[in-house]
Design a protein around this ligand. Structure first.
Ligand code: EPZ
Length: 426
C-alpha cells in the first residue's frame, strides 16, 4: 500500500469557531500495536493483526520487521500479516531505530529468540531524554551480557533465565520489553512495580493467545513463566484511548456534540473524571463516549501519572481545554521532563499560561485567536489543532509529519465532524 500523504512536509489551515457535531470511530491503538508487532518476532508461523492503525510509526515498525528477516505487510482495512520463518537477523537498522524510538521494543524479542542483538541506542526526543536503563536492567537480571559502544547496545545471552525484577519506575516500554523477553526465558520472571497501562494488558493477552504463560498484566506485579515456543495467532488490537480523548476534546472546545465509538470506556476513565470536573456533559455506552455543550468550562488541576492516573499523552490536549476554562488551573507533568512545548505556541494564540519547571498555571481566557503555529511533538500537535478549532479566525499548523506518526488521519476524522480543515504541502 502506498504511504499516507503525510510523509511530505505538509501544513493544515484550521478554521475556528465551527461547533463539531456527529459520530466518529476510533482507530486501533498505536501504543498497543507497536509492541505487539515487535512481539511477533517471538512467534513461529503466521500471525494476523487487525485494527492496526495505518500511520508512519506502524509503517516504520513493519519496515523494521522486514529488515529483521520477517515477512510483514499491511493489507486492506488495517489487517497486518506476518510470516515468521524463525530466521531472525540480530541487527536492527540504525535509520529505523533513530526514526522511531519505539523500535527498541524489538530488543527483548530478538534477544529471547536468537540470544544476541545489536540495537542502536534510541535517541531522545522533544519531550525528554527517554533513557532505556530499566529495559537493560531487566535483560541483565535475566542473564544477558550488555555492552554499550559506538552508539549501539550489544546484547548477548546463551540462555535467558527467569528473574525477579523491581522497576524503579513503572516504565511502559521496560515492562513490555521485559515481558516479551521473559516469555521464552527458562524459568519464571516476576516484574514488580510494573506499568499497568491498557496497552500492557493488550500485549499480555496477545502473548497468552500465542501460548505464553503470563498472569498479572494490568496490575503492578506480572508473573511470566517461560515456555519453549510461541505460535502465530490472530489478534485484534484495542482502540486508541489517546485518539478517543483527542476527538472528545475537539467536541468540547468547539461547544459541539460529538460521539466517539469503538472506544474502550474503562481505558478513558482517568480522562472522563477530569472532563466531568471541568463541567463537561459526558455520557458513555458499552463502546462509545459522548460530549455535549454544558455552559462554561470550569478550571481544574491535573497531575500526570502512570495508569490509572491521568495520562501524560492527554496533557497537551487538556492544556488547550483549560486555556478556555473559567478560573485558574494547574497542570503538573510528572512523567516527562520537557512536555510543555505546546504551551509556548498556545500563548501565541492568546492563552494565559505560566510555566515553572514541570508545572503550568493556566488562567482561562474567553477566546483564543488564530495564528501560525508549529508542531514540535505528536501530542503538542494535536493540542494546537484543537486550539485552532476553538480559536477566532484561522490557524496555520506547520510540521504535520509529527502528527502523522501517531494519528490515523486526525484531520479527516475532524472533517467528518464538520471541521473546516485544509491540508497543504509546503
Ligand atoms: C510509552 O513510552 C508511550 N509510547 C508514550 O507515548 C507514553 O507517553 C509513555 O509510555 C508513558 O505512558 C509507546 O508506547 C510507543 P516510559 P515509553 O518508559 O515506554 C522514564 C505518545 O505520545 N524511563 O513509561 O518510552 C522515562 O524517562 C508517546 O504516543 C526511565 O527512566 O514511556 C520517562 O520519564 C509519547 N528509564 C518515564 O520513565 C527507562 O528505562 C516514562 O517512560 C524507561 C523509562
Amino acid at each position: 500500500m502506498e504511504q499516507p500523504d503525510g510523509f511530505l512536509h505538509t501544513s493544515l489551515t484550521v478554521q475556528g469557531g465551527v461547533p463539531l457535531k456527529g459520530t466518529v470511530s476510533a482507530s486501533g491503538s498505536k501504543n498497543s500495536a507497536l509492541p505487539i508487532m515487535a512481539a511477533t518476532i517471538l512467534l513461529d508461523g503466521e500471525t494476523e493483526l487487525t485494527n492496526v492503525p495505518y500511520l508512519s510509526d506502524t509503517i516504520m515498525m513493519s519496515r523494521m520487521l522486514n529488515a529483521l528477516g520477517i515477512r510483514a505487510e499491511f493489507h486492506s482495512n488495517k489487517r497486518f500479516k506476518i510470516r515468521n520463518s524463525g530466521r531472525i537477523k540480530p541487527i536492527a537498522p540504525y535509520e529505523l531505530v533513530t526514526a522511531m524510538r519505539a523500535s527498541f521494543f524489538v530488543a527483548g524479542p530478538i534477544l529471547a529468540r536468537i540470544g544476541m542483538a545489536k540495537i542502536p541506542l534510541p535517541g531522545g526526543c522533544a519531550i525528554g531524554a527517554r533513557p532505556i536503563n530499566l529495559h537493560l536492567k531487566g535483560f541483565e537480571a535475566m542473564g544477558a551480557e550488555i555492552r554499550l559502544e559506538h552508539g549501539f547496545v550489544f546484547l548477548k545471552a546463551n540462555e535467558l533465565h527467569g528473574a525477579k525484577i523491581n522497576l524503579d519506575f513503572p516504565s511502559v516500554g521496560a515492562t513490555e520489553n521485559i515481558m516479551m523477553a521473559a516469555s521464552l526465558a527458562k524459568g519464571t520472571t516476576i516484574i514488580e512495580n510494573a506499568a499497568r497501562e491498557p496497552e500492557i494488558t493488550d500485549l499480555g493477552q496477545f502473548l497468552v493467545k500465542a501460548g505464553a504463560k503470563i498472569s498479572g498484566f494490568g496490575t503492578q506485579t506480572i508473573v511470566i513463566e517461560g515456555v519453549e515456543r510461541l505460535n502465530g495467532t490472530h489478534y485484534d488490537v484495542i482502540s486508541d484511548r489517546v485518539e478517543v480523548g483527542t476527538l472528545l476534546i475537539a467536541g468540547i472546545v468547539t461547544k459541539g456534540d460529538v460521539t466517539v465509538k469503538n472506544a474502550c470506556v474503562d481505558d478513558s476513565e482517568p480522562l472522563i473524571q477530569k472532563l466531568k470536573e471541568s463541567g463537561v456533559d459526558i455520557s458513555t455506552g458499552p463502546d462509545w463516549i459522548r460530549v455535549k455543550p454544558n455552559g462554561e468550562l470550569k478550571s481544574t488541576d491535573i497531575v500526570t501519572l502512570p495508569f490509572p492516573g491521568f495520562p501524560t499523552d492527554m496533557q497537551a490536549q487538556m492544556m488547550t481545554l483549560l486555556s478556555l476554562a473559567k478560573g485558574t488551573s494547574m497542570i503538573q507533568e510528572s512523567i516527562f521532563e520537557n512536555r510543555f512545548n505546546h504551551a509556548h505556541e498556545l500563548k501565541r494564540m492568546g492563552a494565559n499560561i505560566k510555566l515553572d519547571h514541570n508545572k503550568a498555571v493556566i488562567i482561562g481566557v474567553n477566546s483564543l485567536s488564530g495564528a501560525d503555529v508549529k508542531i514540535t511533538d505528536l501530542r503538542a500537535g494535536a493540542a494546537l489543532i484543537l486550539a485552532g478549532l476553538a480559536a477566532e479566525g484561522h490557524t496555520n499548523v506547520f510540521g504535520l509529519n509529527f502528527l502523522k506518526r501517531g494519528y490515523e488521519n486526525l484531520p479527516g476524522k475532524l472533517r467528518e465532524l464538520g471541521a473546516q480543515i485544509e491540508e497543504q504541502s509546503t
